[in-house]
Unconditional design. Sequence first.
Lengths: 122, 121, 417
Amino acid sequence: MLYAVLIYDDEEAIGALPKAEFDRLIANHEGVQEKLAADGKLGPVARLMPTTAATTLRQGGETVLLDGPFAETKEQLLGFYIVDCASLEEATEAAGQIGRACNARALEIRPVQLYHPGIGLK
Amino acid sequence: MLYAILCYHDEAKVDAWTREEDEAVLAKRALVTDELEAAGRLGPSMRLMSTPSATSVRSGTEPMVIDGPFAETKEQLLGLYVVDCASQADAVEIARRLGRDETGGFEIRPLKLYKPGAIKA
Amino acid sequence: MTEIGWIGAALTGARPRALGALLRYFRDLDTAEEAFQEACLRALRLWPVKGPPRDPAAWLVMVGRNAALDQVRRQSKTERFTDDAEFEDSEDPEAALVEGLDGAHYQDDVLRLLFICCHPDLPATQQIALALRIVSGLTVREIARAFLVGERAMEQRITRAKRRIAEGDLPFGTPSQDERDQRLAAVAAMVYLLFNEGYAASGGDAHIRLPLCEEAIRLARLLLRLFPADPEIMGLLALLLLQHSRALARLDADGTIVLLEDQDRALWDRAMIAEGLVLIDKAVRHRRRGPYQLQAATAALHARAARPEDTDWAEIGQLYAALERLQPSPVITLNRAVAVAKVDGPEAALALIEPLAEPLAGYFHFFGVRGALLSQLGRTDEARQAFDRAIALAHTPAEAAHIRQHLDRLMKNGRPT
């Protein structure tokens, strides 16, 4: 079963991290990715730009285009992993590794209902 | 540039769709994604199960495991597309077509980093 | 990440919001700063044990406010009626406060905090120093180092600037839309100055002072988060990101300036460029062009060119012309002349900058550009004079060294064989 592991954190705090510290988090992530890949569990991984780069399209009645993220939350969706795991327990374990890598404020593990790989974008 | 098109919908409404309605939405969206795929611009896309299926972990000295989604919002993140677009306007246009005649919304967020991984659907 | 590393980042990230709210509450900068300081001390004590609060800024406001009120009570010898541990334990007051501190409040609070640093009586460098101290929370020592002055001198400067602010009327009412726009423009200009202070230092050895640039980017991001639909703030952040993306390529190993066309473009930070381009894209949608957007668009044309010869100089010339119409200034004309030289040749560019000789008589770059144009035309003696003048006006050794390279080249080419 595929699970999406959604990473949430406070953009402002992340932005205030010293560069060395931030680089270390990225290196930690790469370590986790290597391990998951070796186990054949690693699907697409993405890091999103800050919410200041987002545009939102709201529909229903009139369609409006807004600057900024869809949901105004204290922590923002900063990225995600798609992992292939046999059980929720295994997915939680994978999420734990991801969480320890970056000390993210919160992770959400959500089963994927439908998955379409698309073409191999680089 | 790669963009994530994040789909937000009121899951109560989506879960209440009849099978026909659900299929109609998927068919409408497939028109757009087929075209993108043929043009070599479609990365992975997925539909997430609704939020009661989620498990969240909040960090702290003792990590807290919560059943349910992390963010309590009126509309929920229910899916996403990774697409290759020339501009933000282009990505917005795709979102507009994907969501034609729907309620809810899309957040169009450029990707800073993308790794395709190696799993099969 | 270490626990303390995370807490430090969370405190810095929450600082503008928390301090802005405390300032609104106490209407006195010193009291607000002390309250914030006290709240940070408690955070460092409590967060490692209890984990981070749901909303760090709201937590800091609540704890800081209570600590300051406590202090007042102690001074008036009244008994305290709350126990620290009690209110710090309770989740409810925080929730109530979060309700009271909605986005709109934070928007005006943070803007006010930045705006008071832009007091018109304060010279630009003092505005910047004050913002770094108050909003960014840099220590006096860090600021002094960035400005290459002694710590005591900087301390005095900041103290004087703060007194100046305290003497004036602090703008505590809810601003009208016009006032808000004016404040935002003043603050944006200050953030831009801060970036430039880091980008092209006005003195001293360190030509690029990266931390100042990074801090400016952080503040621009903060502004955009508070005013997400303002195209000029998008333009400002885009401009800073695009300029900063070249930081690693701008100086060689010896610290000499490397001109744009000679830079190793592989050293440009692609992630920053990508984000800058996205922001320009977003701004265009609003169809309200302004100076920051135009400058960002110019920077974007450089960023988009894979090789120097791919640069769209004609478009850059047009962007500078648009900027000139919006904001006439000899420096902008000088920049346009560089584009004109690429498209129409050095003669046309020289004619364009001739009238600038007087207004830019003390401007390093004017003589650098003039010297380069003259040497392209083979007017070696005049070129040498211009370069000599540029060296005399250089602010940093890197600037002077760069012009000396020009002179060396001139000597080599001009020498009879």
